[in-house]
Design a protein around this ligand. Sequence first.
Ligand SMILES: Nc1ncnc2c1ncn2[C@@H]1O[C@H](COP(=O)(O)OP(=O)(O)O)[C@@H](O)[C@H]1O
Ligand SMILES: [Mg+2]
Length: 573
Amino acid sequence: MLELKDISYRIQKDNEEVALIDSASFRAHSGHFMAIVGPSGCGKTTLLKIIAGLYVESEGNIYWNGRDLSEEGDLEPSEIGYVPQFSIAYDHLTVEESVESSVKLRVKTRKRSEFHDLVDRVLEDTGLDAIRNRPVRVLSGGQKRRLSLAMELVTDPVLLLCDEVTSGLDPKSEREIVHLMHHLSTQHNRLVINVTHSLSHLDLYDSIMVLHEGKIAYHGQPRALDHYFSVEEAEEVYPRLAKRSSGEWQQSWLKHQPEYYSALDSASRVTRKEGEEEEQAPDETTSAVTPGFFAQFFALLFRRFKIFYRDGGNLFLQMAMLVGFPVLVIIFAIDGIDQIKRLPDSIMDNPLEEALQQQEIFQNHLKTGGLVSGLVMFQVILLTLMGSNNSAREIAGERMIYEKEKLGGLRPLSYLFSKLAFLGILVAVQSVWMAVFVQNICHIPVPNFVALLALLVLVNAAMTAICLGISALSKTPEQASLLSVYLVGFQLPLSGAVLALPGFAEWITRPFISAYWAWSGSMTSLDSLYLNAVKKVTDTSLEQPGICLLVLVAHFLIGLFLAYVGVKKTRWD
Ligand SMILES: Nc1ncnc2c1ncn2[C@@H]1O[C@H](COP(=O)(O)OP(=O)(O)O)[C@@H](O)[C@H]1O
Ligand SMILES: [Mg+2]
């Protein structure tokens, strides 16, 4: 049995305390199907989130079978199913893959057969068996709601909380989903609570709670509803509610509560007798055990690659960048490649000729210095662009799904490492390919190519990590994209590679500009003749490759730290 005692939830709004939920007390029996109804904005979702443990109540206590949840520990993630208002499946997966993914993240199965049996059973229970191979993006509204329910049923939760799973559906689909939820409440003595503003099919519920401005106006059997509100039919309840203040309704309800609750209690005993057989053989499958760190890590990593390959638009963009960017570098460098190959430094015997020659050599050095510097900077900037494109939306774009999976027992670190592994592969392919391809054609004069390679890999890795951090901390994917674009946009002007910055600005911005460190380290790794040529075209001071590598590693670690903080945070709004 679920019991709430004097639960209030208050927030600060314009320096004032507002109670979204005000002294709510009620109880609901296991095996019951309960509706929480009320006009939009009355606090239904808030109440459901308090029960789910997503919001912490400002006051009051919640009990599950007599156990105080705030004092003796919350329900296990596997004991609660929470179906939020938004879709929790990926468009690019099929129905079956979505359920499989839910099982892999939430239920430790010992054998392949056990895994497949569970997936099959859940698909059958929710009527999705016939469309198991259909991609999520083509599902109808009703089918999507079924899938959301299916993904929660994999752990056999004892408490199933559903938020507006029938909203926006046609009457037939709505009826089917309500029947499905009713059916689910008959299994495993499960309490199913459905939040809805719809007042149809109320007779299918064991109890109805009416919420009005955060206060309970009624909770009892559906058949007593019309009498309590003195209306002919349920549809008239909302207009009726508006006629009195929520405080008055609450008082009225408190007066009648014992009477309605004794009716509910005896109804619960009757149901119990009817369903005795089921209860006599209590479910031996104790609640599901959450899989280990690596099981979750690999499940997420494989799923990420699957979505990557199926997301045609994004895949095309990635491929275009991978192939196009190095080619772009070559196109810009093509005229100067010969020049890079032979940089004269010889001096003639004849003084007059020597002076002329020196002039020419100097011009030559300027040109070559500018070319080598620009060539490397171009690579660096394109790699930072790829880095931000890799990760800006990576977490922000799926935040709600992630929060939902975290609530279901996903470890934030499994999630973060799966992102690092996926992005690590992208970064490695992009950077190594860029560096090797350009080097083979342009022959940038470095005695040690590995140093240049390391700098190019690291600048991409640093930018990818920082944008992943931004992604994990941003409120929306749009915000994350915008911040990441700004970050890339500032790299070139603030790097000092084009124009040297004034001294003070240089010292303030430099530590944050990954592109500077990758470029500067590459310049000091050049053959000394070329390094001198570069020094002739820039006033920006250059640092040794070792220091530059260290700074880029630091940037990478800062990004990682931000991402860690971001994924640990809970963000439901
Ligand atoms: N985090 C929040 N900050 C401020 N107001 C909120 C917040 N969450 C909900 N509200 C407000 O509280 C009221 C109840 O919201 P909600 O529980 O979502 O209502 P319902 O689900 O019944 O439509 C609404 O008026 C909503 O605008
Ligand atoms: Mg709501």
